[in-house]
Ligand binder design. Structure first.
Ligand SMILES: NC(=O)c1ccc[n+]([C@@H]2O[C@H](COP(=O)([O-])OP(=O)(O)OC[C@H]3O[C@@H](n4cnc5c(N)ncnc54)[C@H](O)[C@@H]3O)[C@@H](O)[C@H]2O)c1
Ligand SMILES: CC(C)CCC[C@@H](C)[C@H]1CC[C@H]2[C@@H]3[C@H](O)C=C4C[C@@H](O)CC[C@]4(C)[C@H]3CC[C@]12C
Length: 369
């Protein structure tokens, strides 16, 4: 992939390219990767906006496929120079079974790795998650830590378990010989809670606030910090690391990087209010309105109801014991590893990220129930 007078034309594959992050990665590649010849977008469900992208100079190929199907993955990977694997089942609400989460996130990732090896694709970037590290089930705080900060990573929930296993597979695959004899170069990016245009949970909170007469009620103490990162910056970090994987293979191969930017350290709810506030919502209470023990009880009740109702209907509210523990445990990162290894600087300032997200929420107003 070295730059030369005759720059080689590259084929990229983005799995999960129609998801929240995947769409931003796809658009970022088209805007910021001049050596792109073909961009393959692989997803279980293809979005209509792909059609608009087909009019540009880069060949955009939409591939409807399932990462759990090894042959479909191999067919999509064949001939690609770089794979950015963002596809995954993001479920902390109990919508999918633990088996399905494992199948998509772990076996799907294994299929991507094997496809690279079989077809001779040398560069693989994996979208991991902060949850590979924590918060752990003991509720230990991770306060502005970095990739080397010691932390007892203990998981029970299927989603973080699956991300941790998949990340390990990706890192262990670094150095494997791909078809043709060259080594596979892999790395994993670990975003904290991503926000920005297209963020489904932000949409849910906004609509809930509207239903409650423009109010949301504080549930978590303002002192609990939750790491957040703007989706445009996460996408940029993927594009940048993918570009640098060949040049810096020895340095970047087998490494993990937290995704970070200049978003402020705040509690989950206070952070959301940075966008929902200017859209007319108010967060009621300087302290949580309900005592923590009552939230724990409600979360346990929700889990019980989910289990009881499962044969009849899917009951998957936002509050459950796991989401409460994540929201109520400080987990923030402070690192410059990506800057040191591949020159990452956030592309969007905090002010830009905030404005873009507010404009997106405001544009939803007409559609809110
Ligand atoms: N949203 C966050 O805050 C966050 C934070 C850290 C890491 N991540 C990771 O980032 C990645 C993208 O997350 P997102 O928030 O954009 O989620 P998303 O659900 O919006 O996107 C995931 C995409 O993967 C696709 N997909 C799911 N199962 C598939 C399958 N079997 N085959 C092919 N495609 C499949 C979905 O259709 C979807 O388009 C995930 O791997 C997730 O674990 C997300
Ligand atoms: C207690 C309630 C009032 C609030 C519940 C909020 C809860 C739904 C939120 C809080 C934190 C959120 C997670 C966090 O931002 C990071 C990630 C990592 C990523 O890999 C997947 C999404 C996830 C788990 C967020 C899900 C929603 C959470 C738990």
């Amino acid at each position: 992939m070295a730059e030369s007078a005759q720059a080689p034309k590259l084929v990229y594959l983005v799995t999960g390219g129609c998801g929240f992050l995947g769409e931003h990665v796809v658009r970022m590649l088209l805007e910021r990767e001049p050596r792109l010849q073909e961009l393959r977008i692989f997803d279980l469900h293809l979005s209509p906006w792909i059609e608009e992208l087909k009019t540009g100079p880069v060949q955009v190929t939409a591939i409807q496929g399932d990462v759990t199907q090894a042959q479909e993955v191999a067919a999509a990977v064949a001939g690609a120079h770089v794979v950015i694997h963002t596809a995954g089942l993001v479920d902390v609400f109990g919508r999918a079974s633990p088996e399905t989460i494992h199948k998509v996130n772990v076996r799907g990732t294994q299929n991507v790795i094997e496809a690279c090896v079989q077809t001779g694709t040398q560069f693989l970037v994996y979208t991991s998650s902060m949850e590979v590290v924590g918060p752990n089930i003991k509720g230990h705080p991770f306060y502005r830590g970095n990739e080397d900060t010691p932390y007892e990573a203990v998981h029970k929930h299927p989603y973080p378990c699956s991300k941790a296993l998949a990340e390990r597979l990706v890192l262990e695959a670094n150095g494997r010989k791909v078809r043709g004899g060259l080594p596979l170069v892999t790395c994993a990016l670990r975003p904290t809670g991503i926000y920005g245009e297209g963020h489904q949970i932000m949409r849910d909170f906004y609509r809930q606030g509207l239903r409650l007469g423009g109010r949301l009620f504080r549930a978590i103490p303002a002192s609990v910090e939750h790491g957040r990162v703007y989706v445009g910056n996460v996408a940029w970090m993927h594009v940048l690391v993918a570009r640098e994987l060949e040049q810096q293979a020895a340095l970047i191969g087998g490494q993990v990087y937290f995704c970070y930017d200049k978003s402020p350290y705040k509690s989950y709810e206070d952070f959301n209010m940075e966008f929902l506030g200017p859209c007319g919502l108010r967060l009621v209470g300087t302290r949580p309105l309900l005592p923590y023990w009552l939230l724990v009880l409600l979360a346990a009740l929700n889990a019980l109801l989910q289990w009881l109702l499962r044969p009849l209907v899917l009951y998957a509210p936002l509050l459950n014991p796991y989401t409460l523990a994540v929201a109520n445990t400080t987990f923030t990162v402070s690192t410059n590893k990506a800057q040191r290894h591949f020159g990452y600087e956030p592309l969007f300032s905090w002010e830009d990220s905030r404005t873009r997200t507010i404009l997106w929420v405001q544009a939803m107003e007409g559609t809110a129930q």
